[in-house]
Design a protein. Sequence first.
Length: 211
Amino acid sequence: MKLALFAVALVAVAPKPLAFDLKDPKGVNSVQWLMDSPLEPIAGKASEISGTVVYDEEHPEKSTGKVVIQAKSMEAPVALMTQHMHGKDWLDVKTYPTMSFTVKKVQKGETLAGSTAGVITGDFKLHGVTKEITVPVEIRLVKGGLAAKMGGRMKGDVFRIRTEFRIKRSDYGVGEQFPSVGDEVELRCAFVGIRAEKQPGVAAKAATPKG
């Protein structure tokens, strides 16, 4: 009987996985990208990020998540370059409106100064093509950090994600007829997920998912 009660108590106090929304209310999440060419570097960013990360603090390797990027938010420094990039010869954003990364496996690494390094394997989908890739990642859970981030307007936790990796655009059929532009694309991702506490006396608003 005592053993059973002890087991129940352990379950009761064990931390539950925490779900974080990647649609940041301040809109600071971004993906920076860089390609090279014989004449000049081509760089830009994407800013419309959404998705969810479910972080298991007790067992990080059991964490799951999906990041979705709106392809139309991919921008280059020059408007004409952005227009070409959105067209059929490159991203074809009308046919393929999103790109995404879905977590399949998490390997935890070392923790230093509050940040944990690790390796994530998942499905990266771009231009209608899905390939499994493995990327390094740095994560940090900031409990109670949402109040400072939002100037006291919201309370809750913050989950920070950082990763840098490279892909070949030819693997995804992007801009294949332009060999003069570098095939390798460097991606630098900086995401923040939030987990807001329910405020007493404030009615929850129903969100209608897009797409």
